[in-house]
Structures are given as structure tokens and as C-alpha cells.
Design a protein around this ligand. Structure first.
Ligand SMILES: [Zn+2]
Length: 395
């Protein structure tokens, strides 16, 4: 991807709301009720003083920080990253009349996490914050972020309630092209639809959602954003992106499954990711820059837990495809930096189901029967993953 490094910072407009260094002592925050939900306004948090924060109006993403402690949120999402751990809330962060409104539980977690030296109480429609008196004098305590959650408890593990199936490419982006006008975007949609049918029949009580139902263009970041929009308190999901690989060598064949990592497994894995990431040239310029942006990576960084779960998900999908009897060979599980997986706040994997540049595989991949076999394989892998995941959260 072409980098526009010197514009990297200039393009991002940050509005700084709060500057004061420390919370003076006691304060209170009004709780406002809107559409039946209890919310706290950013403007009121700022009046409290002592919270440094930034808000990027392009990405609609904001950050609070105090020393090394951070909290990141995005307007429209019911989730936030508190010191690198994912927290889910019953309702999303809203933007109203230039202000940002947070679920009251988010505001409480935020204050508890950023100000462990204060106590919080609820009084009528107020959150009351009081400084804890300490005998200590001398230099201020150096902030050390806790290893885990802000509350120093392991984060809650939520049941898988939905699966997002992402058919790669679409619309003006055909993906890889094979001989005789065979388009990756059509194969991925065929497999995605077939997978939807399999999962609806085999996973009761789990919502199955496709990022696209037809031949339309969707930007990479929008795909995970759609998935993240389904996250709620006590509800987790799975994101699976389906693709077909391409190589300059027609001899290369087989299927592989990826999970997100900044360090690719090998040169071939890096090349595959570069090929799939290339679609950003078709995206709107204003959106394109966010892939490049440091703030983006820092903010929505991959948590170690999501990466572990994604590696397991990739293993399950790969062995599911291996049992699909397509005659294609397994190239194994790999990791690489796929933009489409970057923003995912749930376990996510990308399946490269075969090579469109290999004559034998291309012949098979265009057949509905082969697409169904692959979908069944991926589906079985997902069922296995959910079983294993449920076992993990019980223990
Ligand atoms: Zn692709």
C-alpha cells in the first residue's frame, strides 16, 4: 500500500477537551436519561476536571488517558477498551449535539480505572466521586497500568451469540481474477451464502449475519465495524472472512486460514495479505488514511485474548476445510496483517479457500457443489470452535 506518511498526522483532526492534570478532589456527575437509558455526557466528565482526552471526528473514536492508563471508545459501539481489555455495555456510545454520551456503567468503569484513589457512589441521578484520604506525603504515585482489567479481575468471557460471515470483495472490487472471467467476489459470495444456510440449520440460538448479500462494494474497515456493532453486554461474536488466493505461479494450490498478527508467518503470508489489502486503493481517500494511522493501531490494538481465540478459530476452520473432501491440499494456519481483520473486537479469521490461478482449483471453485463442500467444512469448523470456546468460558 502506498503510504502518505507526511500527511499521517496532518489529516487527523483532534479536538482536545480536557487539559488539567489531576482531579482536585470531590465532584459529581449528572446522569441523564435518554431513550430509556442512563447516560453520562463527555461535557460533564470534562467539567469534573482531571481527565485528558481526545476525539477524532473522522473515525468518531475517542480516548481518555491518565499516565499510562487509557480508555478507548467509538461512537456507535457498545464496547470500550479499558487499559487494553475489552468491556461490553448494554448500549452504545452516542453523539448528540456536539456532545458524546456514554452508558453510565462506562463512565463508572472509566473513573474507577483512571482514578483508583477515589471512591464512587450513586446518589439519585448523580455519580459522586470522593477522594480517598491518605496519610501519604511526598512525590505523586507513579501510574502503573494494571496487568489485566481496570478492576484487576480477569475480563468476563461472554457466550458466542452471533457469527458474521464476510464474503470478500464485491461491486467494483472483483478480487482476484481467474481465467475465463472467473471472479473471486462471486466465489466468496457463493460460499458465504451456503455457509449461512449450514449454520442456520446447525447452530440454533446463534444469529448469522452476512456483511453483503449481493454484489456490492464494502470498505474493509466497514466490515469489522458492522461486526463490532453487534457486540453487547454478555454477548460475543465470531468474524469469518472468505477469500480466494492468487499467485503468479499457476502450480501453487491449496487452502489456508489466517488470523491477525503484525508479524507474518512467512513471505508468502505477507504477500497474500498485501494482495488482499490492496483493495484500499478503491476506497475513499478520507477513509483510506485510517489504515495508516498510528492512533488507530494504538487505540484498537489487538488484545492478547482476542488473538489467542482467533488462532484457535483459524485452527478449527482449517481442520473443518480439511475434512471437506474437495481434494485441495491443506497449507495450514498462518498469521499476517490483514486490514479486514484489524479492527475486530471478537475472534476473527480469514479463510483463503483455494487458488484462482491454479487451473484445477479454479475449475472446482466455480462449481456450486464445491462451494457447498467448502462451506460445510468451514461451518463444521465454526461449530467445533464454539464448543471449544464454551468449554473455555466454563473453566
Ligand atoms: Zn480476497
Amino acid at each position: 500500500m502506498e503510504k502518505s506518511g507526511k500527511f499521517r498526522f496532518a489529516l487527523v483532526l483532534f479536538l482536545l477537551f480536557g487539559f488539567s492534570r489531576s482531579l482536585a478532589g470531590n465532584g459529581s456527575l449528572p446522569i441523564v436519561t435518554l431513550d430509556g437509558g442512563d447516560l453520562v455526557a463527555l461535557s460533564d466528565l470534562n467539567r469534573l476536571g482531571g481527565l485528558d482526552n481526545s476525539f477524532d471526528i473522522i473515525t468518531q473514536r475517542g480516548r481518555f488517558y491518565r499516565g499510562a492508563r487509557t480508555a478507548v471508545y467509538q461512537v456507535g459501539l457498545s464496547v470500550a477498551l479499558l487499559n487494553g481489555s475489552l468491556k461490553k455495555y448494554s448500549r452504545p456510545v452516542l453523539r448528540r449535539e456536539g456532545d458524546v454520551l456514554f452508558p453510565v456503567e462506562f463512565a463508572e468503569d472509566l473513573l474507577r480505572g483512571l482514578y483508583p484513589d477515589h471512591t464512587l457512589t450513586r446518589k439519585d441521578s448523580l455519580i459522586v466521586l470522593s477522594a480517598v484520604r491518605t496519610e501519604r506525603t511526598g512525590p505523586p504515585i507513579i501510574d502503573k497500568p494494571p496487568a489485566g482489567d481496570m478492576d484487576e479481575k480477569p475480563p468476563a468471557r461472554d457466550r458466542i451469540c452471533f457469527i458474521i460471515i464476510d464474503a470478500g470483495h464485491g461491486g467494483k472490487d472483483p478480487g482476484a481474477i481467474g481465467r475465463g472471467g472467473l471472479y473471486e467476489k462471486n466465489i466468496t459470495l457463493g460460499v458465504a451464502r451456503s455457509l449461512e444456510g449450514y449454520l442456520k440449520a446447525n447452530l440454533k440460538g446463534v444469529r448469522i449475519v452476512l456483511t453483503r448479500q449481493s454484489d456490492r462494494f464494502i470498505e474493509l474497515a466497514t466490515r469489522t465495524k458492522m461486526a463490532n456493532g453487534h457486540l453487547r453486554e454478555n454477548e460475543n461474536g465470531v468474524f469469518v472472512s472468505i477469500h480466494v488466493n492468487a499467485s503468479i505461479s499457476p502450480r501453487i494450490s491449496g487452502f489456508e486460514t489466517y488470523y491477525l498478527s503484525q508479524s507474518p508467518s512467512n513471505e508468502e503470508a505477507r504477500a497474500t495479505a498485501a494482495l488482499e489489502n490492496n483493495v484500499v486503493v478503491l476506497e475513499e481517500k478520507s477513509h483510506r488514511k485510517s489504515y495508516d494511522e498510528i492512533e488507530h493501531m494504538e487505540a484498537f490494538m489487538l488484545t492478547a485474548q482476542i488473538q489467542r481465540e482467533s488462532a484457535l478459530l483459524a485452527e478449527c476452520i482449517q481442520s473443518g476445510m480439511n475434512g471437506a473432501a474437495t481434494g485441495f491440499k491443506s497449507r495450514g494456519v498462518k498469521k499476517a496483517d490483514f486490514f479486514v481483520l484489524r479492527g475486530s473486537l471478537m475472534p476473527a479469521a480469514l479463510a483463503e479457500i483455494g487458488y484462482i490461478t491454479n487451473q484445477h482449483e479454479a475449475q472446482q471453485l466455480k462449481k456450486a457443489a464445491c462451494q457447498e463442500k467448502i462451506a460445510r467444512g468451514i461451518g463444521k469448523g465454526l461449530v467445533t470452535f464454539i464448543k471449544k470456546y464454551d468449554q473455555m468460558i466454563k473453566n
